[in-house]
Design a protein. Structure first.
Length: 625
């Protein structure tokens, strides 16, 4: 057979990524896996809180590449980098017993992505299993006191191995930190200490101290909604150990926030005082918590944490009512949507949708408010499509699909277009992928793979042209340097191969309709020469094309679900023909499990239709052997 264009492009991208990660490692890392960095400390010294996540983020998607079929030595390389960075950050005073001393979960979630994916890639690693349990134990109610089991709350916005860290920064309370970065987000607390504008705040140091003290008092203690991302830490520990206490904690903690939102009529609050009362330190306001609805990111931070916790709790409990926790913040924003010219909205994160709005700034588009303060809802921006996509992908529920349809109908740009960009989260291509799954964008695989290959080539070129001293590394404090040069891109491969959205960046776990194993070599990922494409997904079926481009037989095991949680009921297979002109399929019963082995002859292909019962099996990191 002639190889489909998407299949050849997919294997070429995998080969290019194999070369790219090696280029990055040679340029920016030492033999022990640590990053080339000459700084003696990060920022403010012993009480510095920011920076741990940025080191780990430089490698966050490398295990994902291995799970897709990356090179055998990629997994030990990714583990070596985790170990090297952990030792490096311990030396900088940022970690205690290999874990974050104490910071908010918006950033902790980013830093934990590498760890979660390493656990998924090798759940039999005893050292990582012990770490998964030790890290999750920090939040189960014992030492160091991060969690109050009586009131079902985490005691501070900044928590970790050092216990609750009152306040929001090291040293004396003061705001603003880095005015050039925080100015677009405005005032953390409207009217606090008589300050009514950001210009007032910058006028003198006394105002900065007054605002810092107000933040310390009102935002620096008690629970906050972004702590919901900690449910991934417990979920990962449950999958690694099978100990039910981790599952029970994640479900109970998510349930506490769901109850608070239900008590407010579907309004998810962002803060809880140490007594358990919403708004305890904010005059009864449900908004105003750290990384909450008012400051700095609003929907971006609250919505992400809520969707992460909702899908974790629903998966662990097999109770989809937990998905309402993720729907609350999205629907709160959607109810207040408007159509407005993008140029007329003052956005705190204007970098999103730059390509989509190019030349369309004068056209109205659907915007939703990201933040709320005493003056009302504001900061109207396009909805972060990753959030409703993650909910729909998990639920397959019609209301979650309708939310996406409303967003598409209200946009002023075509969702079928592929824009060749790569942001920090390595996400943002949900819209053309959704239209592909809906049968309205048949050339998406080829165009998306080509765009991904361009990004890889550009990143490799940037590494070659990087003027940074290769011996000393970037200047002190430039802790985003490496993640900006990471040449590994996995979003498109994850979509096409796994039928999955990109992992939510602030601490999500992988969602996937299917995953793969090399049957002959007994490891995760597609075998060499094999390409895969998830063409359609429905609540109870998945259509996958598998192609063997090589000249030797290959055996691939298809797993239903990221965590082997779906039960395969029947299997239909047919020759690979253009959609709409398919040969009659053969059909057989499934094996009442999550796995099926497919043996492909040289230069052969097949299209599988798997019917499955979603989440009929207990989720875990178990493999097919």
């Amino acid at each position: 057979m002639a190889a489909p264009a998407w299949a050849a492009a997919e294997r070429e991208l995998l080969d290019e990524l194999d070369s790219a990660w090696r280029t990055f490692a040679r340029r920016y890392t030492r033999a022990d896996g640590s990053l080339v960095y000459a700084a003696g400390e990060l920022g403010g010294g012993a009480d510095e809180r920011d920076g741990v996540d940025d080191f780990y983020e430089s490698f966050f998607n490398w295990p994902a590449l291995y799970l897709l079929g990356g090179a055998d030595d990629l997994l030990p390389a990714a583990k070596r980098h985790w170990e090297g960075i952990t030792a490096q950050l311990t030396g900088l005073g940022m970690l205690v017993d290999e874990y974050e001393r104490g910071y908010d979960w918006f950033h902790q979630g980013e830093g934990m992505l590498l760890f979660y994916l390493l656990c998924l890639a090798d759940p039999d690693d005893d050292q990582f299993r012990a770490r998964a349990a030790r890290f999750a134990d920090l939040y189960l109610g014992g030492p160091p006191g991060n969690y109050d089991p009586a009131r079902n709350l985490i005691r501070a916005p900044h928590v970790g191995a050092g216990g609750p860290r009152v306040g929001l920064a090291g040293g004396r309370p003061y705001f603003p930190w880095a005015p050039e970065a925080f100015a677009p987000y405005g005032l953390p607390l409207e009217g606090a200490a008589g300050i009514t504008s950001y210009d007032d705040l910058l006028a003198d140091q006394a105002s900065g101290r007054a605002m810092g003290e107000a933040m310390w008092e009102r935002m620096g203690r008690g629970d906050t909604a972004v702590n919901l991302a900690a449910t991934s830490l417990a979920t990962n520990a449950y999958f690694m150990t099978g100990e039910e206490r981790y599952r029970d904690w994640a479900v109970r903690y998510a349930g506490g926030w769901l109850e608070r939102g239900a008590a407010l009529g579907g309004c998810l609050p962002d803060n809880v005082g140490l007594s358990g009362a919403v708004g305890e330190y904010l005059g009864g306001r449900w908004y105003g918590g750290h990384y909450g609805w008012s400051w700095p990111h609003g929907l971006h931070s609250v919505g992400t944490a809520a969707v992460i916790a909702a899908t974790n709790a629903a998966l662990l409990s097999r109770d989809d009512t937990f998905l309402d926790l993720g729907r609350m913040p999205l629907d709160m924003a959607m109810k207040r949507r408007t159509e407005l010219e993008p140029r007329r909205s003052r956005m705190s994160m204007p970098g999103r949708r730059v390509d989509q709005f190019q030349g369309r700034e004068h056209l109205k588009t659907l915007l939703v408010p990201y933040r709320v303060a005493d003056s009302g809802w504001h900061d109207f921006q396009p909805m972060q499509t990753a959030l409703p996509t993650a909910l729909w992908h998990y639920s397959s529920a019609e209301p979650d699909w309708e939310r996406l349809h409303i967003l598409e109908s209200g946009s002023n740009y075509p969702w079928t277009e592929v824009y060749p960009f790569r942001d920090k989260e390595e996400a943002g291509h949900e819209e053309p992928w959704i239209t592909f799954l809906d049968g309205r964008n048949p050339t998406y695989p080829e165009r998306a793979l080509e765009a991904a290959r361009h990004v890889v080539a550009r990143k490799v070129a940037e590494i070659a042209e990087d003027p940074t001293d290769p011996v000393s590394g970037p200047r002190s404090g430039d802790i985003h340097h490496w993640q900006n040069h990471n040449p590994v891109v996995t979003e498109v491969l994850t979509q096409l191969c796994f039928g999955a959205p990109q992992v939510l960046y602030n601490g999500g776990l992988l969602q996937a309709r299917v995953r793969y194993y090399d049957s002959d070599r007994r490891r995760p990922g597609l075998p060499g020469d094999v390409a895969s494409l998830v063409e359609r997904i429905s609540p109870t079926s998945t259509i996958i094309s598998l192609v063997n481009l090589g000249h030797v037989p290959r055996a691939v095991i298809v797993q239903a679900g990221a965590f082997a949680e779906h039960r395969i009921e029947t299997i239909a297979f047919a020759p690979l023909e253009p959609t709409g002109n398919r040969a009659p399929s053969q059909r057989q019963d499934g094996n009442a499990d999550a796995f099926v082995e497919v043996r492909l002859a040289p230069r052969a292909a097949t299209r599988l239709t798997l019917t499955m019962t979603p989440r009929a099996l207990a989720p875990s990191y178990r493999g097919p052997w």
